[in-house]
Ligand binder design. Structure first.
Ligand code: ZN
Length: 517
């Protein structure tokens, strides 16, 4: 099979994508040569040649472009991404399997947002953006005018802060990843507790640096100008006793200069030029809860002789939006890589003249980063009968696989050490060897992506992921760092696993814990 054909497929896809600024950028930007598509292994199912690294890259660049603003659920960037996925499914001639057999499935969420009046002013400066609010209640409404009171890093607070506006400085450089984010939230909670004890109505936290968990964690629990906090079914309980306004490093510089305070970001040591009388006005107002909706995108390819049964292939397309300094969480690996794979797999099935026995459902969900919301809603409102879902294949972060010699190092769950280990995982590991893919247990992530909502229904699942890396949930998770040759191999393996499962006589068998794969 010649590359040309795949190039024509990519050209078709490119034609479709012309609307995407990323493409325009991609087409102007000289992208490095990533080599031609690899040879398809012996015995592979038909249609696999349609999956190629060039098209994977085109999709990933579009999905992870700054213009998507980090694809926060229910944001314009996520809605544009959902439209991109739906248009692609439509262009392949797939049928919609969303609401009223369209491509979209909407689910209700609620939003809590800050009012326009929320902000900080001092001297001639008005801070209206570049901050996040951690709310103490859904109806926070306060205006504090008066003298600023510098409280160091919030560890020591003496005397009453009644009628004053406390200011705390924190060096942003903290441990990254999920653990670092949790620690950061605990830090904010401790500071608010101390402020509450000191009779403060609210507080200001100045980040000396935007580059760590203290800034990242705000994306989940903070109300930023461009996105508030959202809820699916119920809001999380606020983490602070009194509301905090957390300023980006840039906004912090302005306030500290106004107060005559200089802080050494490394040591946290501060010098004070004695401008004790620095004053200002802090306004925090939370708007009433607003009902909104988010979207999943779903398409189906009818099977041959067992078409009432289906294999569901899923990948989330949402990510965590923008940071308080405006930088984007591009989410190239998480999960533009998995979404690109889902689109390429859909193309391979749609273009392939042969069909597997069972049908294939392509499920592109949102709300994953917020708590697996989209797949939870799908599991509660399946558009394919639950008892006729043969298996779920979930793809989340496949662009940063490890490499050792020629080997591609990936993780998979449920592994052979897991009670839910099944023949679909066993087959995937065996077939993976054909692509030089080696698997280790990814059981740490068994509950951390969308397959878990299918597993909870007793449906056999297999989850492909590359595990955490230094750019995980950082603004540095960029498309030019993805390994497209490895992505091509992993995507082809997921396709092969789907085909095998959809065409098998029987259903996947649960094997339980085993000593080996
Ligand atoms: Zn993810």
């Amino acid at each position: 099979m010649s590359g040309l054909q795949s190039r024509s497929t990519a050209a078709f896809a490119l034609g479709l994508l012309l609307s995407g600024p990323a493409l325009a950028q991609a087409s102007t930007e000289k992208l490095p040569d990533i080599g031609p598509p690899a040879r398809v292994p012996e015995g592979a199912p038909p249609g696999m040649h349609h999956i190629d690294r060039l098209a994977l890259r085109t999709h990933a660049y579009w999905l992870a472009d700054d213009a998507r603003n980090g694809r926060q659920t229910a944001s314009p960037g996520q809605l544009a991404t959902a439209k991109y996925v739906a248009n692609y499914f439509k262009s392949l001639g797939l049928k919609g399997l969303g609401d009223r057999r369209g491509f979209y499935q909407y689910y209700p969420i609620e939003r809590l947002e800050i009012s326009k009046s929320t902000g900080l002013s001092f001297g001639k400066t008005k801070i209206t953006d570049g901050f996040a609010v951690l709310h103490a209640s859904k109806s926070d409404k306060l205006t504090a005018s008066g003298a600023f009171s510098y409280c160091g890093n919030g560890a020591e607070m003496s005397g009453s802060l009644k009628g004053r506006i406390p200011v705390i400085t924190l060096s942003g450089r903290t441990r990254g990843g999920v653990a670092g984010d949790l620690q950061a939230l605990q830090r904010y909670a401790q500071i608010a507790k101390k402020l509450d004890k000191a009779n403060a109505k609210a507080g200001i936290v100045c980040l000396l640096d935007d580059g760590g968990s203290l800034a990242n964690a705000l994306n989940y629990r903070g109300l930023l100008r461009d996105h508030g906090v959202m809820a699916y079914k119920r809001f999380d309980r606020p983490i602070v006793k009194v509301p905090l306004m957390v300023l980006s490093a840039e906004a912090s510089k302005l306030l500290l200069a106004h107060m005559g305070i200089t802080v050494d970001p490394e040591s946290g040591e501060h010098a004070d030029d004695g401008k004790k009388k620095a004053k200002g006005k802090l306004t925090i107002q939370i708007k009433a809860v607003r009902k909104a909706k988010a979207s999943n995108v779903i398409a189906v390819l009818q099977g041959k002789n067992k078409k009432l049964e289906a294999v569901v292939i899923s990948a989330h397309h949402d990510h965590v939006g923008t940071r308080i300094d405006g930088d984007r969480f591009n989410g190239a690996d998480d999960n533009a890589s998995g979404t690109s794979a889902l689109l390429e797999i859909a193309e391979a099935f749609a273009r392939c003249k042969e069909r597997p026995a069972r049908s294939i459902v392509f499920l592109s969900v949102s709300g994953e980063e917020l708590g697996l919301w989209g797949s939870a809603y799908y599991a509660d409102h399946p558009t394919w009968p639950k008892d006729r879902i043969t298996a779920n294949i979930n793809i989340d972060m496949i662009g940063r696989a490890g490499r050792r010699d020629e080997k591609i190092l990936m993780q998979i769950t449920p592994s052979h050490e897991h009670q839910k280990y099944s023949s679909i995982v066993k087959n995937a590991v065996t077939t993976g060897a054909q692509f030089g893919i080696e698997f280790t247990s990814g059981d740490t992530y068994y509950r951390r992506s969308d397959h878990y909502n299918f597993a909870k229904l007793g449906i056999p699942v297999v989850f492909f992921c590359d595990g955490e890396h230094p750019d995980y949930h950082q603004v540095t998770d960029h498309a030019d760092k993805l390994d497209y040759a490895a992505m091509e191999a992993i995507t082809r393996l997921a396709y092969w696993t789907a085909w095998q499962t959809a065409d098998a006589k029987g259903k996947p068998k649960e094997l339980g814990r085993q000593s080996d794969w």
